[in-house]
Design a protein around this ligand. Structure first.
Ligand code: GLN
Length: 478
């Protein structure tokens, strides 16, 4: 078996038993990066020190020292999450060259458990997009077929995991940015419950929606990573103090087959869902029925407001969050005759088209005279969407929906039509608006391109969701 075929748990066991050296793991993944990254453009930067860090772990093992549990396992990190001493670019010209001065909480936690960071991955600028084409570093390419997009915005992380350039990765998800690329690249990707994972050290896009989460090739790895990164953080006041389960233990030890009650919302399975996506998904629904789970059609009647509400709220919050990029506090600066002109020149020159479009939209939605018509209405729609889910979760454990309405599309195909691009998120934005956890589970391919289903759970039900995902991973033959 190759190193990339082991799970985190297996690798950590082999390292502990001194059957694999951390440097061998890192060298293996660096080699894959060398072979594939030129084509796929998954990484914006590689951690030059990672091999030395692995060799240092080798030496400690040789001295008979006890190492942290996941010592030497390399992860890829989306380039909007701070790692001290490495660049954080957010795939934007405005931050090119900006070096992070501290570790994000998720990085600190992973570091304490021995994980290494092999590089920073590509994304849509400031995580705004659905294809990773809005990157100042060029698009990432789908490992299944490089003419196609990876999905976005965490496309670099998804491609890195799918093409085995890292053991697993972190992404961020504001409206689907973990799940959509996970679906397009055929890997698992979890957006946890809002407040489950600290965002301290994540560059904020839309703060009432953003969550950090893991992408991986198997459910065990997702469970381990979530166990490490989840939990209350004094540096992020939106984190919850709900106790963190040992998700890995729960998924792995708890083998008893459960009964699941599954809701299929008709609004997610109707018109607009590409037949090429529908077919493998319906086959999967057949598998659920064969297992005698309760599978029923339900309605989430306010689903049609999700995209408009999301794009008002997300852009409103983004326009405020991005105010800090003024040429003074972070990153690059253009000159001007006075202070105002300097800021205008800096932002005008260094923000990309899509980011500017969103700042304009968001500023407009918040301006006097329009606030009630747009922002306030969007917040009301958000409450209706939350209540829809509440009602369904009285009687069901999970909601199952497609992750994406279409197969991965060709690079360039939706670049001229922002609304078409926004519609890629039609099935993923509602869990963010409601703060619910949701995971992409790969269930097959169509025309040689991956298709995923989206499992949406009730608040803080990640352990049951992962158990379900594990059951599917082991039992579902596509
Ligand atoms: N595609 C959505 C957007 O552009 C979601 C992005 C994300 O989740 N970061 O806003």
């Amino acid at each position: 078996m190759k190193i990339e075929d082991f799970s985190i748990f297996e690798l950590s066991y082999l390292v502990k038993k001194r059957q694999i050296r951390p440097s061998a793991i890192v060298e293996h993944y660096l080699k894959n990066i060398e072979d594939k990254n030129d084509e796929l453009n998954a990484f914006i930067s590689i951690n030059e020190k990672v091999l030395d860090e692995a060799k240092e772990l080798d030496a400690r093992l040789d001295r008979g020292e006890e190492l942290p549990v996941y010592a030497g396992i390399p992860l890829a990190i989306k380039d909007n999450i701070n790692i001290e001493g490495m660049e954080t670019t957010c795939a934007s010209e405005i931050l090119r060259g900006y070096e992070a001065t501290y570790d994000a909480t998720v990085i600190k936690k992973l570091r304490e458990k021995g994980f290494l960071f092999i590089g920073k991955t590509n994304l849509d600028e400031f995580a705004m997009g659905s294809s990773t084409e809005f990157s100042a570093f060029g698009p990432s390419r789908n490992p299944y077929n490089p003419e196609y997009v990876t999905g976005g915005s965490s496309g670099g992380s998804a491609a890195a995991v799918a093409a085995k350039m890292a053991q697993a990765a972190l992404g961020s998800d504001t409206g689907g940015s973990i799940r959509l690329p996970a679906s397009f690249c055929g890997v698992y990707g979890l957006k946890p419950t809002y407040g489950r994972v600290s965002r301290f050290g994540l560059v904020a896009y839309a703060s009432s929606l953003d969550q950090i989460g893991p992408l991986a090739r198997n459910v065990e790895d997702i469970a381990i990573l979530l166990s490490v990164i989840a939990g209350w953080d004094s540096k992020d006041s939106t984190t919850s103090n709900m106790p963190v389960s040992d998700y890995f233990e729960y998924v792995f030890e708890n083998r008893k087959k459960e009964e699941y009650r599954i809701a299929l919302p008709k609004e997610y399975w109707g018109e607009g869902l590409d037949e090429k996506v529908r077919e493998p998904l319906e086959e999967f629904i057949g598998f659920l029925k064969m297992n005698r789970f309760k599978v029923e059609r339900v309605s989430l009647p306010h689903t049609r407001y999700a995209i408009p509400a999301y794009y008002i709220i997300a852009t409103a919050e983004a326009s405020s969050n991005l105010g800090r990029f003024d040429g003074v506090r972070y990153g690059r600066r253009k000159t001007g005759r006075n202070f105002r002109e300097m800021i205008e020149n800096t932002r005008g020159e260094f923000f990309g088209e899509e980011v500017k479009r969103r700042i304009l939209l968001g500023t407009f939605a918040l301006s006097t005279g329009y606030y009630e018509d747009y922002y306030l209405k969007a917040q009301k729609a958000r409450t209706l969407i939350i209540n829809d889910f509440r009602n369904v979760f009285h009687e069901f454990d999970f909601v199952i929906a497609p992750t994406s309405p279409t197969l991965p599309f060709k690079i360039g195909e939706k670049m001229d039509d922002p609304l078409k691009m926004y519609l890629s998120d039609i099935y993923t934005v509602s869990p963010n608006l409601a703060g619910l956890p949701a995971i992409n589970i790969p269930v097959g391919t169509s025309d040689g391109l991956p298709v995923g289903i989206q499992l949406i759970g009730n608040y803080f039900s990640e352990n049951r969701m992962l158990k379900f995902a594990y059951f599917v991973e082991k039992e579902y033959r596509r």
